[in-house]
Design a protein around this ligand. Structure first.
Ligand SMILES: [Zn+2]
Length: 361
């Protein structure tokens, strides 16, 4: 499950969080830390900060909960006509989404704040998930050859979940469960604006949009000059470790409800996410993924590694490995894989050593 960041700004980082496939596609540039803004909010009294945050989230939901999957009713009807047994498949993906939401909210209730729960509740039943016929899906979201195995995606901007039609409804159930996990772990969209001056001392309006889903963080910066010229740049962080964590929680959610996962995706990233959780503990991992507290996870990785750059190195190497996977090289670059393994192995740190000592006793 992955996506393409090499297209237009609309179709790439700022728009599509994850276009998920059985296979991997290709990598993106490196993001910033959304949590810094949260700590700024704690400077004001806790009560009003909480209320303000809740209001912001609710406003966002109200703005965005009507998912416009189709421009007009005719297009919607045409899509359905092209899908064999649409109604049964739609029921299956809706059910998978609702079960993933319900079970995850119960299992990880300690990590969701009230605003997140309100957002998810407000969006239930609002046409969030849609199945798209094969030609339409490929044309719209997977036009490049390398994207041929993409099975679904969640659009970062509006939370729409788009599933590619296929013969086997079980594949769509797995995909919609995975995309729902991305949706559950979506944290916030925040835009900051400032007015400054460019290098030539002319006025410059700068807007920063920060998105976080699970541990995946994206920042898009728009600079608008006085003459209207605009420059847009995007960065992202922790993308493929986030995919590993997403699929790890998805597989567990499916097994918990008695459904075997239907295909392998992000297999290597899932292994790394599992190893990481083993090292840092389930609480730190869930706090980062569902609660957005990536800084605690980062601190754990760095301190257990004895290296300040361990977290960024880990993510940099995982992203590089993902990029090295191609149809001609499905195993990816072994040297890079060994570097990721080494970072995780070396994380035994004090905690694991002291745990071993305790066990020996
Ligand atoms: Zn994904």
């Amino acid at each position: 499950m992955s996506s393409d960041f090499g297209k237009t700004a609309k179709d790439s980082i700022s728009n599509v969080e994850s276009a998920d496939a059985h296979a991997r596609s290709f990598d993106a540039p490196p993001v910033t830390d959304v949590r810094e803004q949260r700590s700024a909010a704690t400077d004001i009294p806790a009560e009003s900060a909480t209320q303000e945050a809740l209001k912001e989230k609710l406003d966002r939901v109200l703005d965005e909960k009507e998912y416009v999957h189709w421009e007009n009713p005719e297009a919607k009807a045409r899509n359905r006509e092209m899908i064999c047994d649409y109604d049964a498949k739609k029921r299956a993906v809706d059910k998978a989404t609702l079960m993933t939401q319900r079970d995850t909210l119960v299992k990880y209730s300690d990590y969701f704040d009230q605003a997140a729960i309100e957002r998810i509740r407000a969006e239930i039943g609002s046409g969030k998930v849609e199945i798209y016929n094969e030609p339409y899906f490929v044309e719209k979201w997977a036009p490049a050859e390398k994207e041929y195995r993409i099975t679904g995606l969640r659009e970062m901007q509006d939370g729409k979940i788009c599933i590619r039609d296929c013969e086997n409804a079980d594949t769509m159930i797995h995909t919609s469960s995975h995309e729902s996990m991305h949706d559950l772990s979506f944290q916030a969209k925040k835009t900051e604006s400032e007015h400054t001056y460019g290098a030539d001392k002319t006025p410059l309006a700068v807007s920063r949009e920060k998105l976080q889903s699970g541990i995946h963080q994206i920042e898009t910066v728009r600079c608008t000059a006085a003459d209207g010229a605009e420059a847009v740049s995007s960065k992202e962080w922790n993308r493929y470790l986030n995919e590993g964590a997403t699929e790890m929680y998805t597989i567990e959610a499916m097994l918990d409800r008695g459904e075997p996962p239907r295909f392998d995706s992000y297999t290597q990233e899932v292994c790394w996410a599992l190893q990481l959780r083993e090292k840092v503990g389930a609480d730190t991992m869930a706090g980062a993924y569902f609660g957005g507290d990536v800084s605690r996870l980062e601190y754990a990785v760095n301190s257990m590694s004895g290296a300040e750059s361990a977290w960024s190195d880990l993510n940099d190497r995982i992203n590089a490995w993902h990029k090295s996977v191609t149809p001609l090289c499905p195993e990816g670059d072994r040297t890079i894989k060994a570097e990721v393994d080494a970072i995780l192995d070396n994380m035994s740190g004090n905690n694991a050593r002291s745990r071993k000592r305790v066990l020996k006793k």
